[in-house]
Design a protein around this ligand. Structure first.
Ligand SMILES: *[C@@H]1O[C@H](CO)[C@@H](O)[C@H](O)[C@H]1NC(C)=O
Ligand SMILES: *[C@@H]1O[C@H](CO)[C@@H](O)[C@H](O)[C@H]1NC(C)=O
Ligand SMILES: *[C@@H]1O[C@H](CO)[C@@H](O)[C@H](O)[C@H]1NC(C)=O
Ligand SMILES: *[C@@H]1O[C@H](CO)[C@@H](O)[C@H](O)[C@H]1NC(C)=O
Ligand SMILES: *[C@@H]1O[C@H](CO)[C@@H](O)[C@H](O)[C@H]1NC(C)=O
Ligand SMILES: *[C@@H]1O[C@H](CO)[C@@H](O)[C@H](O)[C@H]1NC(C)=O
Ligand SMILES: *[C@@H]1O[C@H](CO)[C@@H](O)[C@H](O)[C@H]1NC(C)=O
Length: 547
């Protein structure tokens, strides 16, 4: 019963070609930590988004074994008892097919199936989107690649045949992922009128051209650009330095608001409108964490930020042509919620009205359960909650740089996306879309991992890591406007995790993760369609789509 199991093989030994989708397979390469997919100027892997009709079900699978967005077609109401509908398909790394050709023998899932219930009648938050960051480092690395390879990076991330990102975060001026620290109007000093901030930096011109290309290649109608500043020019700061214990000098509160407005104007003049700004990247880096952070920062506490937002930034933006640009608050780690907003509001009552959303970074999520975010959103209704930065490799106990091919790092991502989406998160923007083999360049050697690694040595290959597919299991299939619905694993102490959404096209998308080294059978019960049994291999991620 292999007719339903469909997979194209790069090497042509075994081909079950499903011609309806324009797919190209991962070209796998074994690496120290696992497996990456290699792209060159002439080849990269893509998957046209499957659109199941009537009672068909499409399962898209990635597994530690080597599957990357492998497609299996199933149907509700089929007799699944003999595992005809196994989601275990071709392992295109070893170019073998692990099929259950023998319907009588149970190779996988020896226990009773784990029940999964999907209830469409219970709806939660709406999805704003997914994205990655376009830092100075990203722009620099793209610049060393030929146009076709750059295009594969853009398409892989932002095209619907890639992983369908619709959001992009970019620094206002420099950040740590750049070749040096920088800001606009560094000279003349003490120039409150920002007389020398009349055009963007030449580095921005390059970046804007790249982003324009990204939009063209990806066929994007709307790219939601979110911008944030790391540090003002040094003369605006109490310590006169890029980093360390430095806050904004009070006499420059208006200048710093104007600086943001000027950026919006200049970007707009380049036909690159900004969708949202934040009140600044990681305000704790400029006070509490000065001993750990050595890159550009600006320290705020809730009281000072309340004053700046309420009396300067808020009125400046809302009285301008750019009054509809969204403003996000906090943009630091989860542990600062919700005290941050409570204190801001206590010091300048009503200040939070200037905020359209809350931005949070992922790095220390372990410290505090996501329920604190639900509480924040409940307390201040109507705000969009976005994770706006995430990466692995920042912690003392982690490899400071890529672990090329690491499934484990992909699993950490997949699980984090899922867990947070089970709470009030409306979307997620990851950090650098590309880094080099070392996890940089970064001007303070703050090297970390990224979903796509550029071979900066030969400049002709890029490597899609498991992290890339982990994000894609959500971003590709859960477009803007999707609504989360009730999804529950009906078993305690299982390593299965599930989250589900109803898309604008009314289709249901279930993301299912198995972080266990054992395969399991899952009996999915949808409140409208009924039951379907799916075999879930060891260490695998699945996106299940049906009507
Ligand atoms: C199918 O399974 C049965 C029982 O385990 C076994 O006897 C038979 O040889 C298997 N057939 C194939 C083709 O593997
Ligand atoms: C304006 O900034 C540029 C660098 O962007 C600098 O070269 C120039 O000297 C500055 N002008 C003044 C008047 O300080
Ligand atoms: C800023 O500009 C205003 C008028 O536009 C002027 O009165 C003021 O002196 C300028 N300030 C500085 C520091 O250049
Ligand atoms: C993007 O497309 C537009 C319209 O087709 C074109 O004018 C522009 O030059 C393109 N930009 C890039 C960077 O390819
Ligand atoms: C516009 O500016 C005025 C004067 O500075 C201020 O009182 C008002 O609150 C501002 N409007 C908004 C929407 O912030
Ligand atoms: C990057 O390219 C160099 C030069 O061709 C090669 O030696 C190296 O193995 C490549 N890196 C990876 C991760 O494949
Ligand atoms: C499937 O879920 C529905 C409610 O959504 C429930 O009524 C039904 O009993 C469930 N079926 C099974 C077999 O658990």
């Amino acid at each position: 019963m292999i007719t339903k199991i469909i997979r194209t093989s790069t090497f042509g030994l075994l081909c079950f070609i499903f011609s309806a989708y324009a797919n190209t397979d991962c070209i796998p390469r074994e690496t120290k930590y696992g497996l990456v997919c290699v792209c060159t100027s002439s080849y990269c892997d893509y998957l046209e988004n499957p659109q199941p009709i009537s009672d068909n079900v499409v399962v898209i699978t990635s597994s530690k074994e080597g599957q990357r967005f492998a497609v299996t077609n199933l149907r509700f109401g089929d007799d699944n008892t003999d595992f005809e509908n196994s989601a275990v398909v071709a392992d295109n790394r070893r170019n073998i097919v692990k099929l259950l050709v023998n319907g009588t023998k149970r190779l996988f899932g020896l226990n009773d199936p784990i029940k999964l219930s999907i209830d469409r009648s219970v709806e939660y938050q709406k999805i704003t989107g997914f994205g990655g960051a376009f830092t100075g480092t990203v722009s620099h690395l793209l610049g060393i690649l030929d146009q076709q390879l750059q295009d594969h990076i853009y398409k892989s991330y932002y095209h619907k045949d890639g992983i369908g990102f619709n959001m992009l975060r970019t620094p206002i001026g420099g950040c740590d992922f750049d070749l040096e620290p920088w800001a606009y109007n560094e000279l003349p000093e003490n120039d409150a009128n920002l007389s020398n901030f009349t055009k963007l930096d030449p580095r921005d011109e390059v970046k804007i051209q790249q982003i324009e290309r990204l939009k063209n290649i990806s066929n994007l109608n709307e790219l939601r650009i979110m911008a944030a500043a790391w540090s003002p020019p040094r003369w605006m700061k109490s310590n006169g330095e890029w980093t360390g214990f430095g806050k904004l000098k009070e006499e420059f509160y208006q200048s710093w608001a104007d600086y943001h407005l000027r950026f919006l104007q200049l970007m707009d003049a380049k036909k690159m409108p900004v969708w949202a700004i934040s009140t600044g990247n990681e305000p704790f880096n400029g006070n509490v964490f000065v001993f750990f952070v050595h890159f550009m920062s600006l320290g705020w506490v809730p009281r000072t930020q309340a004053v700046w937002l309420n009396d300067f930034l808020g009125p400046t933006i809302r009285n301008s042509t750019y009054k509809d640009v969204l403003i996000f608050g906090n943009e630091d780690q989860r542990y600062s919620y919700p005290a941050w907003f409570k204190e801001m509001d206590a010091f300048r009552p009503g200040v939070l009205d200037y905020l359209n959303g809350f931005a949070v970074h992922w790095y220390w999520d372990e410290f505090l359960a996501p329920i604190v975010m639900d509480k924040t959103v409940e307390k201040y209704p109507g705000k969009i909650l976005l994770n706006t930065e995430s990466c692995i490799g920042d912690k003392p106990w982690q490899t400071h740089g890529p672990e090329l091919g690491s499934w484990n790092r992909g699993q950490i991502y997949a699980s984090a996306y899922l867990k947070n989406l089970q709470h009030s998160y409306n979307g997620w923007i990851d950090w650098n879309i590309v880094l080099d083999e070392q996890g940089g360049p970064n001007y303070v050697e703050n090297f970390v991992d990224a979903p796509v690694i550029v071979n900066a040595t030969n400049r002709v290959e890029i490597y899609k890591q498991p992290i890339f597919y982990a994000m894609g299991h959500f971003s590709k299939f859960v477009p803007k406007g999707s609504v989360r619905i009730e999804a529950e694993v009906k078993k305690l102490l299982t390593s299965l995790e599930v989250v589900a959404f109803k898309r604008p096209d009314e289709r249901i998308v279930v993301v299912l993760l198995n972080s266990d080294g054992k395969a399991v059978d899952v009996l999915l019960n949808d409140s409208v369609q009924g039951e379907i049994k799916i075999n879930v291999p060891a260490n695998s991620w699945h996106t299940i789509i049906y009507n």
